[in-house]
Design a protein around this ligand. Structure first.
Ligand code: UDP
Length: 254
């Protein structure tokens, strides 16, 4: 097969032209970056695990009626997705104080929040993804008020579902980042979940020990990054022990 045309290359993924119009192939790399590209590294096997974990999460979410860009996994590192117009926002949902929220507001990391918080960051490497409000989003036409309502309600539904999904396998969903896009079908437009949901974009702590099972292991030089991602996949029941067909369901923990 002729090499596909590269459409876009980001920090952790590459997008190629898909086989049909309106589709793209999303390739997951092993590259890791943090602190707006100041820290870089390679986590061997990360791309394979994130491809699988994101496939699993997007599939479960679509089963509860959350529209996503995901179509199907193609191989170890690639998935077929629908081409969408990305809304230039990183939507962060938080259940427990951590990371930038703890730093900005002086709330101790690990403090449970009385209710889940949704935050918006403007996607711009140059500006280091600044925190923005709905006023900025509508003023600069990044999204309409109706689109913000839809994004907020999808983000909270995703959070509720994933919080329970991870709790069932002994993991606390501290926070996560998601991105949305506009999917055009003729004159109709729907907001859909795009990008990926994986340990690169979530904070996942072991429910018992609070051990970090996410990208903070890389950010904070804690070691065992690939092993932590593997542990997430294993608990979700998607890391085969004896080959690709040996897939168990989630390991439910009490
Ligand atoms: N996050 C992300 N990409 C970013 C910034 C944040 O995936 O560019 C995720 C991060 O992994 C965490 C959540 O969003 O799960 C909240 O991140 P926070 O604002 O605390 O920023 P950080 O501490 O990562 O700078």
């Amino acid at each position: 097969m002729a090499r596909r045309r590269k459409v876009y290359e980001g920090k952790a993924k590459v997008l190629f032209e898909g086989p049909e119009p309106g589709t793209l192939v999303q390739y997951f790399k092993d590259d890791a970056t943090a602190f707006n590209n100041e820290k870089r590294g390679i986590i061997t096997g990360k791309g394979v695990l994130n491809n699988r974990i994101s496939e699993y999460i997007m599939t479960r979410l679509s089963e509860i009626g959350v529209p996503t860009h995901f179509m199907r996994r193609l191989n170890m590192r690639e998935q077929l997705i629908r081409e969408v117009e990305i809304i230039p926002l990183e939507v962060v949902v938080r259940n427990v104080a951590a990371g930038s929220l703890s730093q900005r507001l002086g709330v101790a990391e690990g403090t449970p929040l009385p209710r889940s918080i949704v935050e918006y960051y403007y996607k711009s490497d140059e500006l280091k993804d600044p925190l923005v409000t709905e006023e900025h989003i509508t003023c600069f036409s990044w999204a309409t008020p109706g689109e913000i309502d839809e994004i907020m309600s999808l983000a909270l539904r995703i959070n509720d579902f994933l919080y329970g999904l991870f709790m069932g396998v002994g993991i606390r969903l501290v926070d996560f980042k998601c991105e949305f896009g506009r999917l055009w079908q003729g004159d109709d437009m729907r907001i859909v979940l795009a990008d990926e949901i994986s340990p690169d974009s979530c904070r996942l702590w072991d429910s018992q020990s609070n051990e970090k099972l996410d990208k903070d292991r890389f950010r904070r030089d804690l070691g065992g990054v690939a092993e932590a991602y593997q542990e997430v996949a294993r608990r979700l029941g998607i890391l085969p022990d004896g080959g690709p067909r040996d897939l168990k369901g989630p390991a439910v923990m009490q």
